[in-house]
Design a protein. Sequence first.
Length: 381
Amino acid sequence: MKRLFYMSAISFAVLTGCADENGFNGLIFKPGSYVYVESIAFNDSVLTLTESGTPQKLLVTVTPKNEVAPQEYVWKTTDSTVASVNALGFVTPKKTGTAKIIAVCTDKMSKKDFADTCIVTVVPPVYIPALALIAGGAFTMGDQHGLGNADELPLHPVTVSSFKMSKTEITQREYLSMMAVNPSKFTGDLLPVENVTWYDAVLFCNALSKHEGRDTVYSYTGTPIVGSNGETAELTGISADMAKNGYRLPTEAEWEFAAQGKRNTKYATDDGTISTSKGNYNATEANPPTGSTVSVGQYPANLYGLFDMAGNLWEWCHDYYGGYSVDAQIDPLGGTIGTHRVLRGGSWYNHASYTRTAGRNKGKPYIRDYDVGFRIVSRDY
Ligand SMILES: [Ca+2]
C-alpha cells in the first residue's frame, strides 16, 4: 500500500534540496508528500536448486524503482544448512530441504522494514548412469560350453547393432534421484536397486529419457499406480518403439553379447572364470544364502568396461521369455507376447552356474525380489 509522508513546508524544502545529490532521482514527488519505498517483492516467490549446485542470484523489485541500491538490502535465511545467502543475494544450495530467503529493505525515511520471502527448495542431484559403448557385431548366442540348460539351445548366429549400456546395475542413488522412491531391501547409495519390477525398470527408463530430452521407448495405456512402498502396479498395453533414442532395457541378445566381453566367455566376468574375486554370487552354496548385494563396481570390469554382469543382481531384460530357434537373427527382440520377462546374470543369492553368459532365467513382470535389479541401454546415436 502506498505510504505517504506528510511533512511541513520546512522539511519538504530541505528534502527537495537534497534529492539530487543523494541520488534520490526518480522519486515520486508530489507537493506535500514524499514516498521513498512502497514495497519490495521477489521476482520469483519460489526457487528450486540442486544440492551442491551453482549459486543463483535472487532478484527483487523495489517500488518505486531506483530508490534503493542493492547493497542496501539485508538478506536472511531461515536455515543456512539448507541454503545460505550472501550480501548480494546469491543463494547457495547446501543440502536437501526447504528454507526461506528473506530480503529486507529499510525505508530511510520512516525507518520501517519492508520484506518479502522466497521459498527455496533444495533437491537432490539427479545421478545419471555412466554408459559404455558396445560396438555392434556378430556372435553365437546360446550355451557353447555344454554347461547349460535346454533352453540355452539351439545355438544361433546373432548380429547386434552398436548400443550403449550402463556400466553398472542401476544404483539406489540413481534410482532414488529419478523416481523419488527406493524399494530396496539392502540400502546404500551405491548398492544396486532391487525389489524393482520389470515395470519399475521401464518407468525408470522413460523418466531418464524425459530428463535428458530423449524420446521415450515405452508406451502403455494405463496409469501406473504407485503404492505406499513404491511398488508399481502392472502397466497395461505396454509397447516399445526400439527406434526411439531413449533408454530401455537391454534385449537378451544385447545382454549376452555384452556379457561375453569380446571373449566368448563361459562366465560373465572379466576373463570368463568365476571365483569370489570375480563376482558377487553364493559361493558358499548355503541355503538360504547368507550374503547380500554389494556396491556396484567392486569386481573387475570386462573388456567393455561393464561391471557385475556376473552376479550381484539378476538383471531384467527387455524380452518376453521364449524358446530359441536356429535361424540367424539381427537385433532379435524375443517373443511379441508372453507371460515372463527374461532375467540374466545370476545374483548374490545364486550359485556360480547362474553367472554364465548364456544362462537364462525368467520372472513375471510384476514380481519384485531382493535379488533382481536392472541396467539400461540406449541406441548409439
Ligand atoms: Ca548383475
